[in-house]
Design a protein around this ligand. Sequence first.
Ligand code: C2E
Ligand code: CA
Ligand code: CA
Length: 660
Amino acid sequence: MSALLQIFRLDTSDADLTRAQFQSFCGHIPLLYAILVCNTLAIVFYSFEPSQILQTLIAPIAICTVALVRARWWSRQSETRHLSDAQITAHLKRTCSAAIVMTITYNAWVIWVFQDADVVSRSNLTFFLALSQVSTVFCLMTLRAAAMLVALISTVSFALYFAWVDDWQLLPQALVLACVCAGMVMVTLSFNRSFSELVKSREALRLRQLETERLSDENRRIAFSDPLTGLPNRREFLARLDAIEADEHHCLSTLAVMFIDLDSFKEINDEHGHQAGDELIRTIADRLRQQCPEQGVLARVGGDEFTILLDTSKTQESAQPMAVTLAMRLLEEIALPVTVDSHVMQVGGSIGVTANIDASASPRELLRRADLAMYHAKTQGKGKIAIYSDELDKGRLRRLDVEKQIASGLRHGEFDVAYQPIVDTHSGAIVAAEALLRWPRRSRGELWPSEFISIAEATGQIHSLGLFALERACRELRPLPGLILSVNVTPSQFRHPSFGVSVMEILEKTGFPPERLKLEITESFLVTDPNRAIRVVSALRAKGITFALDDFGTGYTSLDYLHSYGFSHIKIDKSLIMGLEPESMSRMLVSSAVSLASVLGMQIIAEGVETPAQANILRDLGCHAMQGYLFGRPMPLEQLCNRLSSCRARGRSGLRQTSS
Ligand code: C2E
Ligand code: CA
Ligand code: CA
């Protein structure tokens, strides 16, 4: 019974279905009212009687007016998007009520007219009434409750009245109508089920489509953005550059590209672990994001590399000054300390900038130029900004050339080692010699270490080149007992995992005593990776090798701090010695360095000593050893041996010999 009642009840629990019913309705209802108006007019045509003006004219006009007003309202409801679910439900409820009222009214009117009609009109009346009922149920089919109520009310009233009236004469019509009605009910129920299934499957399809779209958006986001920082990644950045290139109307002269690379990030990663490194990158990325102007696209294109594309086409600003000002601000932001897990870390940045003032370069070429400028900034020392120029490209080609030549030079024995004497300040005796690489047999003319060492350092060739120098020097100086051999080691040589082992192998192979070997390292390595530096230094010191800190005075580290590494010697850089005059700043600096070093048990070697005046000051300050053109330029082994033997034979100091 309750299932039976259920089919007469308006079910609005499924909002999508209700909305779909409403929408389908908007098309059907005006049609329904149009049929109703036609039928009404047909009934008026057959039954009009001037004496019965109320039921044969005024009542049908009222019915038609209401029908037309409703039809007009419905025809305006085709757009349902602005209606809320509640509004739609209310409209449908009203429709059900209206259907009941209209059906009762219409049937009552027809019966009213029927009573006074002649036989012909009567049969017409029943025909049009049945027609109206059938068409109403069909038009209301999508709204089951309304269709069922109309079917029930009209069939029951029709069957009851017409079966009884006129001595059962119309009974067959009543029965036929009841059968038609039962058929319609069946069709309506089945149509209704199909309709709701259709709506549900359409909704499921729509949801699946939304999900597919969401997944493909997500895929795109993952493919084109950096998961760590959420910034566009390299692929996305290149895609943006390509999009600009593909746009014929885009003015290329308003573009600038910046390439930002963090300094010493690798060391932080190695020392504090990847998680800390990731946190650092995230923090820096946030700072860059905050500084990046509206006209800029910031991307993370590599581990510690970021790029910015500035496009000033909309603001008509000049791209280059804007990029340079931004670069300066970014360097400041990058250098601010970052705290991760209560560790305070600090990195710097190097930035390459290029603007396309003459619109000569494609966007991708701008990226290459910015990268090259950044590389140049790095070679100028860290924390620098470099602006691209054609010269940089020439320098780069030369570097690539030299890189190839170093490899073939090593294979073909083009390198030599020269030795520069280091003398004792007081006795003037040669106590040590610094091994310095020379490239005399290079096919395109000799190149100085100041040029090729930095290239070899950047390409990693310094490892084999450095080991070559060490092995050659150990082999050559082994027969000179008592002479200390100083060999330079660059930060990347030192960082190489097998460095310590390689050094020990060479000492073993050449039979050179470890106590006579001194390795000269620069401060930069200690600063970037202090823990690793302490480990390597102490392992080699345990074997008897000593260490000198090279180029002291060019960095910022205090002597006190350096002492913890176990250096036996500090080499004061030639830039300080150059300005050494009686009342100079350099003199004060050297003086305090000597006093502090002595307290800490370290010895001071001054390099780049060129004049007797400098030598005298250094002697007065208590400097322990000196090296420089005054005592001899870097020289071949043979010459060093001659110098040593003549010094020893005469028992006189190298100093007196040179200055005489
Ligand atoms: P450095 O370690 O500072 O070496 C001293 C440099 O100063 C040498 O230049 C030397 O010739 C120069 N010099 C010596 N006395 C004087 C002087 O009185 N006045 C002036 N103006 N200069 C003087 P060089 O041989 O051109 O070497 C340059 C740099 O190349 C070295 O600087 C060192 O860092 C690097 N280097 C040279 N040979 C090797 C090597 O075998 N391995 C490594 N890793 N680096 C090397
Ligand atoms: Ca040196
Ligand atoms: Ca030096």
